[in-house]
Design a protein. Structure first.
Lengths: 470, 216
């Protein structure tokens, strides 16, 4: 189904081009032929005309020479003229022969007529040449006016007729050429019409096809953009849901499960207070130990899921805890600097915390860094986060781990920029910029260096409560 | 002798019961009220005239730290003992700043709770050994920072270099070009310098540099 329009187009355009090429070649050959024919026709006409002229002039000259020989005083003079006449006679015969070689059919009869008259004429002349001086004196005038002149006139008339026929042949040839040329014109016109029609059809088909393809492309692009957007939306929602779940789980572990252990521990101590038998005391001590250990582990688990400081006190205490924690675990010395004035929106806070957490883990695990500096700043409606380490560095063009992708994804969800400046052997500088529209200037400056708000479960009703409490 | 009047604030009933049992068995101790959230305890602190409030931090409606701040503000005579799961310094320090005089972890309640209550009634402070250690570390760190002969010693060589250039009036861009660093890196260094020297602006930094004789 996909192949067919392509094949049709190739065949169509190819066929069209072939027709045009063939037509052009044909027209070229035809014109060439026409010109050739025309030249041949002209040449033939001229050659025949020249031959006729030659015959005519020979007839005239022969008359002159005959007259001269008749008038010549002596026998010797007459003989010289006779020699010249023989030359003329031979030439006339050759001219007649050459003309006979290419004779038009309708010229046949007059030409035979001419030929026999000329032959008769030469025979008559022969007779005069045999005359003696007296005979010449005696018959000269009669022969001249009664034989020679009428014969000459008659021959010239025939020659004129033949010439007229020759001209007629030329005209006929011209007409034939004109006909051929007209046919060529018609053929060319037909060819132009066919190619034009074919071209228009093909162009229409092509345009239709291209428009269809473009529509298809547009549709797919929209689909792809749409599915990309929904994928991002889904991923953002997943991240939020995951964070929400972690928070809930962390709270639950910390506030309920750990507290339950704490209650067990307390009850065990209460029982110990009752001075139980040594055996019971040993069991109670064991219970107390297990409860204390369980409490400790649950508490750590909760912090690792999501540190409660992040929700209780804000970003900086959470980052400082993270720095201490990773220091204890791996020996990485982490300095946290902050020029934050107001607390961030929930999502931004979480994003910065998770990005820094991941970055510090990378510093410790992959980069073998000994020290790292974390800096969070708030300036010009943006949050600027940098994490710089003195570790082994890497080539960001080549290395793109899941951790980095996850960080980048989180940052992109909030419309931020994620950059990594690193080279092998030169440490790593990670830089995140998050746009932040909604924190007014007044709030930012007023909270500088003061403690963050300590109420987190209270909500807006707190203010009213403080009056009633006082 | 008057018994020590004690209020308990914790949102877990079973824990409160355990504590009450533990404390009431103690001669001279009297539990005069229990609350399950921060607001209730504010009310009780006013009505029951306690000597000591034993307070959890994580509570609904109002957390223990805020409740501590308000109680101490209104009734400076009441001693607050924090009894919490949280063992990170951010919680400990905030509790102390809010006015608590004792901070206990819930790992080892009995002996410490009694000692803490007695200490607080005497006007002293009391901390779980673990809490003491955290506070000590924090204090030493703070001392280190404050007592470093000179905050200038905290700076790395590169930071000193950049400090001088900024004090000489060079822009971040000029510094970046001179040292062949990226603009981001210079920016980050600048922030660290201000942070380490506890300065807040470039004019302060210039003043610092002049005082130190880094520039004239």
């Amino acid at each position: 189904m996909r192949q067919r329009p392509g094949v049709v187009l190739v065949a169509g355009f190819g066929g069209l081009l072939l027709i045009m090429a063939a037509a052009e070649a044909g027209a070229f050959l035809f014109l060439n032929n026409l010109r050739h024919n025309d030249t041949a026709l002209q040449a033939r006409f001229l050659a025949r005309n020249r031959t006729l002229e030659r015959i005519r002039s020979n007839i005239y000259q022969s008359g002159t020479f005959v007259r001269d020989s008749l008038l010549a005083p002596g026998q010797s003079g007459a003989r010289a003229e006779v020699a010249t006449l023989d030359g003329l006679r031979l030439d006339s015969e050759s001219a007649l022969n050459s003309y006979a070689a290419a004779l038009e059919p309708e010229e046949g009869a007059p030409f035979q007529d001419l030929r026999s008259q000329i032959e008769a004429y030469w025979k008559v002349l022969d007779r005069t040449l045999a005359w003696s001086g007296e005979e010449r004196e005696k018959y000269r005038d009669a022969f001249f006016y009664q034989e020679l002149v009428p014969r000459r006139t008659s021959m010239l008339q025939i020659a004129d007729r033949i010439e007229a026929m020759n001209e007629e042949a030329l005209r006929r040839g011209d007409v034939k050429l004109g006909d051929l040329f007209g046919r060529l014109q018609l053929g060319l016109l037909a060819m132009i019409a066919v190619t034009l029609l074919g071209g228009v059809t093909l162009a229409a088909l092509t345009i239709f096809h291209i428009l269809k393809l473009e529509g298809e492309v547009q549709r797919r692009l929209r689909e792809s953009v749409h599915s990309r957007a929904s994928l991002q939306e889904l991923s953002a929602r997943l991240v939020r849901a995951q964070e929400e779940e972690r928070r809930a789980l962390s709270r639950e572990l910390h506030d309920e499960v750990a507290q339950a252990f704490s209650a067990v521990l307390l009850e065990a101590e209460n029982l110990l207070d009752l001075d139980p038998a040594p055996e019971v005391r040993a069991r109670l001590d064991s219970i107390r130990g297990v409860a204390a250990k369980g409490m400790h582990e649950i508490r750590n688990m909760a912090l690792l899921l999501r540190p409660s400081m992040l929700d209780d006190f804000g970003l900086l205490p959470a980052l400082e805890w993270q720095a201490r924690e990773i220091g204890k675990r791996t020996g990485l010395r982490v300095q946290v600097a902050s020029e934050m004035s107001a607390e961030l929106p929930e999502e931004h806070k979480t994003c910065v915390y998770r990005v820094v957490q991941e970055a510090l883990n990378n510093c410790a695990q992959h980069a073998q860094a000994s020290a790292a500096q974390v800096c969070v700043r708030h300036q010009a409606g943006q949050i600027l986060v940098t994490v710089q380490d003195d570790g082994s560095g890497f080539d960001p063009e080549r290395v793109r781990g899941l951790g980095l992708l996850g960080m980048e994804e989180r940052v992109r969800h909030l419309g931020g920029k994620f950059q990594i400046d690193s080279r092998p052997g030169r440490g790593t500088l990670l830089r995140v910029t998050l746009p932040l529209a909604a924190i007014p200037e007044a709030v930012r400056t007023s909270v500088v260096a003061s403690e963050p708000e300590l109420v987190w479960d209270g909500g807006p009703a707190d203010g009213a409560d403080s009056h009633s409490a006082g | 002798m008057e018994p020590i009047r004690i209020l308990l604030a914790d949102d877990h009933n079973i824990l409160r019961d355990g504590m009450r049992l533990l404390l009431e068995r103690q001669p001279g101790f009297m539990v005069v009220g229990e609350a399950a959230d921060g607001r209730e305890i504010l009310q009780l602190a006013r009505d029951r005239r306690p000597d000591v409030v034993v307070m959890d931090i994580a509570m609904p409606n109002m957390n223990g730290i805020e409740a501590t701040r308000r109680i101490v503000e209104k009734h400076p005579r009441i001693g607050v003992v924090i009894l919490s799961m949280h063992h990170d310094e951010s919680y400990i320090i905030r509790s102390l700043k809010a006015g608590a005089r004792a901070y206990l972890l819930k790992d080892a309640v009995k002996a410490e709770l009694i000692l803490a209550i007695e200490a607080v009634v005497d006007g002293r402070s009391f901390f779980s050994p673990q809490v003491s250690r955290i506070l000590q570390e924090d204090y030493v760190q703070a001392l280190d920072r404050k007592n470093a002969d000179d905050t200038y010693d905290l700076l790395t060589d590169r930071e000193r270099e950049i400090l001088q250039m900024i004090a000489e009036g060079k822009t971040n861009k000029e510094v970046a070009n001179t040292l062949n660093l990226s603009l981001y890196t210079v920016d980050t260094h600048r922030t660290h310098i201000l942070q380490k020297l506890n300065l807040h602006s470039v004019p302060e930094l210039i003043l610092y540099a002049v005082r130190k004789g880094i520039i004239s």
